[in-house]
Design a protein around this ligand. Structure first.
Ligand code: FES
Ligand code: MG
Length: 601
């Protein structure tokens, strides 16, 4: 399945690796005593001087799997095939752990850990004798954390996806990660299931090792890593337990050695063309609303100009081709059998929508990689001329409440459209009264309070959920309506917020609003009962009050800033001081000036 390029071959170690950076540690004639010191401890478990001084590349395996990280845990198994591939091609593997990031297990949010893992990996890649690295990716934040670090350090790097779980099934129906949780919560609210039934239904979606089998943030980011050219073509969609996944691990190990020989670095692959290709692929797969945050972050660390506006201008009009939950009906195994990322890219390439010249990890161009790929199941991956939805990319909105926010158009349901977007004079716009929650705890405490008077014309707003307010940014904007409304058949209300939303949610929320309330953004000005107008045609969200009233509220906010919960850990406090807004990738702003740091070693 996975196509591998010009592998270096078993004699690679004997030639072609001039100027390996690991020589500065292990074979530095100018500093014999330091070389001895560096060598000494790496010998103590059986590596030999001959191996370390043979001018063979030292290849790191950045291990994201652990018992704390079930989504990526299978990398503990795959690493042995990665090692085989590295050895086969003449390299020396050195495996090391990354700060664990588990999307579902980490409190208050795994979003807080992306930049921490990034910092840690930058230090490792910079400070140790590594000539190249295999990035083991999978669960949501592990992919961007690893790619961001590779972008900063800029040593040859290739990503290996752990792969999605097998499809979940319950009573003959596919149950998808995350997506089934939203449905199960609804059923629990309606009294259709009890807690035991809830757990049973949710657990059915996780039948094997691997990451979320829906088109959530994990499948999205692993697909985009491939679309960017940072992993082998065909590698993203292979389910974790398949034998092809093990083969892919082996080929990835071989490939990184060839990349070191060719000195093919992240900066050669992660060009603006590659990012624009990835934006288009994101629309075609119905990718997560977390994608712009992470892709923009990677771009900033590699020094490529990329803005949210690029998502609108290059991605908004791309049709939805992949029929995966939450936008569609299928799951990861189906995506793989239908052809995965190469099948999608083949359709886009033939439609003239990809830059085929973009270079990928195997040394070949995107055009070469996808030239002969065909869709194997046109119900799962649609041909370009028969899409599931036209113009299904993310829409970028602005207005008097924030500079930028995104909305995933592909998940607007017919029911939602009929209720909110059916005014014949104004089919792309709706107005409503807002109910405002300050962070997820406030939302959970009050949503079912009948005194609020939330009805089917209301708009739910959550603030204090951005990268500063709820450090790392809470995945909470897709708020379920009050249980009483759900029982009356209203299963979704329009939502707006400065937080994120799980990629597995099928809610057309307006999210990632930047700047967030916690740094003085306009959501902090809202009060219960205010009316706002959402217009998808003009891409605007506006609070319907006079400019004078807006100015009065701004002055009041400046005098008394928006309050958010106290720091619970040192990193929360540090992160709040150094992290930027979602629109700019929520990166550590001061880290952006460090570019290609490996070259100045
Ligand atoms: Fe880890 Fe979804 S929770 S991939
Ligand atoms: Mg998530």
């Amino acid at each position: 399945q996975t196509e591998q390029g010009n592998a270096a071959g078993s004699d690679a170690g004997k030639s072609g690796f001039r100027a390996l950076r690991s020589r500065a540690w292990f074979n530095n004639p100018e500093s014999a005593d330091m070389t001895a010191l560096y060598l000494e401890r790496y010998l103590n478990y059986g590596l030999t001087i001959e191996e370390l001084q043979s001018d063979r590349p030292i290849i790191g395996i950045a291990q994201t799997g652990s018992d704390l990280s079930p989504c990526n845990r299978h990398h503990l198994v795959l690493a042995s095939r990665v090692r085989d591939g590295i050895r086969e091609a003449g390299g020396i593997p050195i495996e090391f752990p990354l700060h664990p990031i588990q999307e579902t297990g980490k409190r208050p949010t795994a979003g807080l850990d992306r930049n921490l893992a990034y910092l840690g990996l930058v230090e490792v890649l910079f400070g140790y004798p590594l000539d190249g690295v295999v990035l083991t990716i999978g669960c949501d934040k592990t992919t961007p954390a690893a790619l961001m670090a590779a972008a900063t350090v800029n040593i040859p790097a290739i990503a290996l996806s752990v792969g999605p779980m097998l499809n979940g099934w319950h009573e003959g129906k596919r149950t998808g990660s995350g997506t089934i949780v939203w449905k199960a919560r609804e059923m629990l609210s309606k009294g259709e299931i009890d807690f035991k039934g809830f757990v049973e239904l949710v657990a059915s979606s996780a039948p094997s090792t691997g990451y979320c089998n829906t088109m959530g943030t994990a499948t999205t980011m692993n697909s985009l890593a491939e679309a960017l050219g940072m992993s082998l073509p065909g590698s993203a969609a292979i389910p974790a337990p398949h034998r092809d996944r093990q083969e892919c691990a082996y080929y990835t190990g071989k490939q990184i050695v060839e990349m070191v020989a060719a000195d093919r670095k992240p900066s050669d692959i992660l060009t603006r063309s590659a990012f624009l290709n990835a934006i288009r692929v994101n629309s075609a797969i119905g990718g997560s609303t977390n994608a712009p945050i992470h892709l923009n972050a990677i771009a900033r660390h590699v020094g490529v100009e990329l803005t949210l506006e690029d998502w609108e201008s290059h991605g908004a009009d791309i049709p939805l081709l992949v029929n995966l939950q939450p936008s569609g009906e299928y799951l990861g195994e189906d995506y793989f059998r239908a052809g995965g990322v190469p099948a999608v890219m083949g359709e886009l390439a033939r439609a003239g929508l990809l830059d085929g010249a973009a270079l990928t990890a195997n040394g070949r161009s995107v055009a070469d990689n996808v030239a002969h790929v065909k869709i194997a199941d046109e119900d799962v991956i649609r041909p370009f001329d028969r899409p599931l939805k036209p113009a299904a990319g993310l829409t970028v909105l602005g207005g008097n409440l924030f500079d930028a926010a995104v909305m995933k158009k592909s998940v607007i349901s017919d029911q939602f459209r009929a209720r909110y977007l059916s005014n014949p004079d104004d089919p792309e716009a709706f107005e409503g009264q807002v109910f405002v929650f300050d962070g997820p705890e406030d939302y959970h405490a009050r949503i079912d309070d009948p005194a609020l008077g939330i009805d089917e014309r209301s708009i739910l707003v959550i603030r204090g959920a951005g990268p500063i307010g709820y450090p790392g940014g809470a995945e909470v904007v897709n708020m379920r309506p009050p249980a009483a409304l759900i029982r009356a058949g209203i299963d979704a209300l329009p939502c707006l917020g400065d937080g994120r939303q799980s990629g597995t949610s099928g809610s057309p929320s307006i999210l990632n609003a930047s700047p967030e309330a916690a740094v003085g953004g306009g959501l902090a000005l809202l009060r219960d009962g205010d009316r706002i107008r959402v217009d998808l045609k003009t891409r605007s969200v506006n609070l319907l009050v006079s400019d004078a009233e807006l100015a009065t509220r701004r002055a009041a906010l400046a005098a008394e800033p928006f309050r958010f919960p106290e720091d619970q850990t040192p990193w929360q406090a540090i992160s709040r001081k150094i992290t930027g807004q979602f629109a700019g990738g929520a990166v550590i702003e001061d880290a952006v000036r460090f570019q290609k740091v490996a070259q100045v070693h």
